[in-house]
Design a protein. Structure first.
Length: 233
């Protein structure tokens, strides 16, 4: 069983290890080279309960092939930059609940677009050994110019550190005239292919189908756990 960090110092050390282990040199699978793609997302309840969902889709039809949910709680404190450790145990448990290993994992969050270049997608890519990238809905600690208004337009996400400016992802327009999403790689896939997959996963909506399906599943499980009105819990 994986020993998850219990302190901030342990989490930072684990984060550095995962960042160093991530594969950022491979272009990874292109669109048309995978059969299945999984999405993962986490929903939080008011009482501290969280539900992590993993949904496997057919890469061509985007039909749901399998679902898995893990309900738990997080003991790791809220620390900016270390939020992945609040979700990782439950997300990994949800992925472990699948009967098949997907060819690609997409998470609702960030990868290299992170202060230490080690967001949730980096962690998942290394820990699962499956190519992984993140697609986030809101901007984080990076600079970017708005991409063009047409679907498929993009602009770089950049972050500055002591060695200069680095491209850590892309703002990508998935619907004409609609707010972009923010794509960043985790491990085992390059940014060009991650953006191409994102467009393939957004035939109708701004967010990828992987995120939409996993978000709905996690939210539904939390709702099912709430006591019915008038039952007194």
């Amino acid at each position: 069983m994986h020993q998850w960090p219990a302190t901030e110092a342990e989490a930072r050390a684990e984060q550095e290890r995962l960042r160093a282990a991530a594969d950022h040199g491979s272009p990874g699978p292109a669109v048309g080279e995978i059969a299945t793609v999984a999405g993962v997302d986490v929903a939080y309840g008011d009482d501290g309960t969280l539900a992590a969902a993993a949904v496997v889709l057919d890469a061509d039809s985007l039909a749901v092939l399998e679902e898995s949910v893990h309900v738990g709680r997080t003991d790791f404190p809220y620390v900016p930059g270390l939020l992945a450790f609040r979700e990782l145990p439950s997300v990994m448990a949800a992925l472990d609940g699948l009967t098949r290993t997907p060819d690609l994992v997409v998470c609702d969050g960030y990868g290299r677009a992170h202060p230490r270049r080690a967001g949730l997608a980096v962690h998942l890519g290394v820990l699962t050994g499956v190519p992984c990238f993140g697609v986030a809905k809101t901007p984080f600690l990076f600079d970017h110019e708005p991409p063009g208004t047409a679907r498929g337009s993009s602009s770089p996400l950049t972050m500055r550190d002591g060695s200069g400016t680095e491209e850590v992802g892309r703002a990508l327009r998935t619907r004409d005239g609609v707010k972009p999403v923010f794509v960043s790689v985790g491990s085992g896939i390059g940014l060009d292919n991650a953006c191409a997959h994102t467009l393939r996963l957004t035939p109708r909506y701004r967010q990828p189908e992987t995120t939409r399906r996993a978000d709905h599943l996690a939210g539904a499980r939390l709702a099912a756990l709430r006591p019915a009105p008038g039952t007194g819990g």
